[in-house]
Design a protein around this ligand. Structure first.
Ligand code: FAD
Length: 297
């Protein structure tokens, strides 16, 4: 695999034996055998075509803020959509950004250009690609509200551009969820606003987050999806699970919907705690929580 990859991308774009604890916000997980970091669409297409020919599965990594990686590490090669894919450009009220751009950078750029509508995403610590594939959202906003078009590469290396409608966004889901397609960028349409108002809103949402969420501890944000007509955090807290600990993993004392790594947690600790939470909430409330976090092994 390594030698084949060297034929389509420079050697220094391929990292081996990388601790996933350094690339995930949970700060857990074993080593990844291979992480390849394409610098542009052409390189990305060549890598995908190679994996396609070799019938090799692959993972796509954004900012690692919604991931749990097995303590045994990852044998499947990982394609990292990182810094090389982070440009953000503005034309009138449209933003064209690449998939590796941080949502916070997109939000700042929107604010600096007096564009409103993206404030909700400023505090989500993900990449644009990661946010689009799962229709990330917060404080009443979702990616689907602002996206005009999305570009992606399919598993055979073909490029596509689809509209917001074609993305079939729904709660934490899109048409590209659970596919091997790789998002490369998007166009976002916003409205003209007042820079001070936008800044004020971003600051208000940031303080709300700091007040309610354990943002100072490693986690992947909300561990569970919101069950219909309910809140995972409330169900967990009402089940007496706040503060429940297994190894280094803990149901946050600040917000029941977050499992945090309070120091030295393994992925197994977190997964075991997830199971305890699911079982307990099911016993007490008859609701089976579904994880929002993705698991890689
Ligand atoms: P990753 O974690 O790298 O990947 C997640 C999934 O997306 C994987 O399946 C991966 O394969 C896929 N993926 C990533 N990039 C691409 C791409 N370019 N093309 C195709 N697939 C891709 N989420 C919310 O929705 N709302 C919140 O308010 C929120 N708050 C959070 C707060 C904290 C403190 C933390 C740690 C997380 C929070 N999250 C929240 C979760 C997370 O930030 C989002 O889910 C984010 O969209 C994940 O993006 P990422 O780039 O980190 O994706």
């Amino acid at each position: 695999m390594f030698n084949k990859l060297c034929e389509v991308i420079e050697r220094d774009r391929i990292a081996t034996n990388v601790p996933m604890s350094t690339l995930t916000t949970f700060k857990t997980g074993g080593n990844a055998d291979i992480i390849v970091s394409p610098q542009n669409n052409e390189e990305l297409k060549n890598i995908v075509k190679l994996f396609h020919e070799m019938k090799s599965p692959y993972y796509v990594l954004g900012n690692g803020s919604n991931l749990l990686v097995s303590d045994n590490g990852i044998r499947t090669p990982i394609i990292s959509i990182g810094k090389a894919f982070s440009s953000v450009e503005i034309f009138e009220n449209c933003i064209t950004a690449k998939a590796g751009a941080f949502l916070s950078s997109v939000a700042r750029k929107a604010r600096d250009n007096s564009l409103t509508g993206f404030e909700f995403a400023a505090g989500i610590p993900g990449s644009l690609g990661g946010a689009l594939v799962m229709n990330a959202g917060a404080y009443g906003g979702e990616m689907k509200d602002v996206v005009e078009a999305v570009s992606f590469i399919d598993p055979s290396g073909e490029e596509h551009i689809v509209t917001c409608e074609e993305m079939e966004f729904s709660y934490r889901k899109s048409a590209l969820s659970d596919t091997d397609c790789i998002i490369t960028g998007a166009t976002i349409t916003l409205e003209k606003g007042d820079v001070e108002e936008i800044d004020k809103k971003m600051n208000e949402l940031a303080s709300k987050r700091r007040e309610k969420q354990p943002v100072e501890m490693p986690s992947a944000g909300s561990t569970f999806k919101r069950p219909r007509g309910n809140f995972a955090g409330t169900l967990i807290e009402n089940s007496g699970l706040k503060g429940r600990t297994i190894g280094g993993a803990q149901v946050s004392e600040k917000h029941g919907g977050f499992i945090v790594n309070k120091g030295g947690a393994t992925t197994k600790d977190i997964c075991d705690l997830i199971e305890v939470v699911r079982e307990t909430v099911y016993e007490k409330h008859g609701i089976l929580l579904e994880t929002e976090v993705k698991y890689w092994e």
